[in-house]
Write a protein that binds this ligand. Sequence first.
Ligand code: PLP
Length: 430
Amino acid sequence: MTGLRQTQHLAREARHLAPGASEEAVHGRRVFTEGRGPVLTDLDGNQYLDFAAGTLTQSLGHGHPEVVEALTAQARRLWNVHDSATPDRADLLDLLARLLPERLDTYAFFSTGAEVVEAALRVVQATAPPGRNRIGALRHGFHGKTMGARMLVHWDIGHQAFSGNSVLGYSPYCYRCPLGLEYPSCDVRCATLVRRHIAEKPNVSALVFEPVLGAAGVIVPPPGYWERIADACREGGVLLVADEVLTGGGRTGAFLASDLFGVEPDLAMLSKGTASGFPFAVLAGRAELLRRPEAATSGAYASTYASNPLGIAAARATLEVVERDRLIDRVRALGEIMEDRLRVLESRFDRLGQVRGLGLLWGLEFVTDPTTRTPAPETARAVYTTALDLGLRTSLGGHILRLAPPFTLDEALLEEGLRLLEKALERVIA
Ligand SMILES: Cc1ncc(COP(=O)(O)O)c(C=O)c1O
């Protein structure tokens, strides 16, 4: 239940705040005042384990001391000099060159996921051979809310679609296979069709994809899906543009989720996991593309907040900790525990239709019954609010709950969070 002080605060805000906040905010109705590590505190003094890690941003938890220190020091020194060089920027460039695959050795810095997606689209457009004027995307992909990004979004995610000039391919959503097939007897037909519609078309310049589809409910492709598509894109001259805004930075157990599937992108976009919640995004690409004169015209990678010193300080500090403390190994280890516990819940609660994920990124899909698989957003919402009342924050979107705790969580708190989730499921479903 939302406490009294929070209720009063929300009523005051509602007088002037435009509606249209996230489902989490609307149904959660909490006023958070502080975050420390994996724990949030609200205005009434209640505490929550944050298994949404902000919005999958807090890989190091909230207020990591080294990030706070880096930001504070930078805030005292310098905030904005357009996109001029600053001392930290060279360190961040070197750090990214160590963390990312060797091929992706050139970088540009932006502020948000949608902004970096737009930047990638500009590079694709600028470098596309004549006649290649269309861009491929996958159903159930999410790439942001700016017009270019929305052009790639072909499903109802709460805002009006704008299909623009993109060509649509099947996502590997086995639980709701649009072709009515079963893996593996399907022989990954969805991938064969993506090849045919995108990879083998002479007018498609790039496929923009989430290697694991996050917003749609952590859709993890089965073996064979990416292999088949990536090879065909390579052969067909279609650029592979990995939207790793959500998956990048270690969350799936590799710095780029693409690596887990053997996909070698030409461009990759990262944001959420890079700077501990400070607005920041990275466009990483092959030098040959990002340095090509058509793409790198004067000002092409600039904007008011591009390369801003605060974002760079936050990203440098965050990624240094990820590297130094070998946190991606930890993601894999904690991910195994999570998978074991979640599989037990999946078999126990029939309205928990499917549990999917890898590393510290998991999606729970709720259905009215396991046979019809009708989506059950009201159940997801009830589990979300019940878990909050019990002291666990998750991430809600339609009939899906996502779990994405910080990488720094200790095992006891991971178990504690999963126990709270189980309790919430018992209250709502049993
Ligand atoms: C894969 C992906 N791309 C792009 C975006 C857009 O990012 P932003 O909300 O920072 O614009 C998101 C946001 O969730 C995302 O998950």
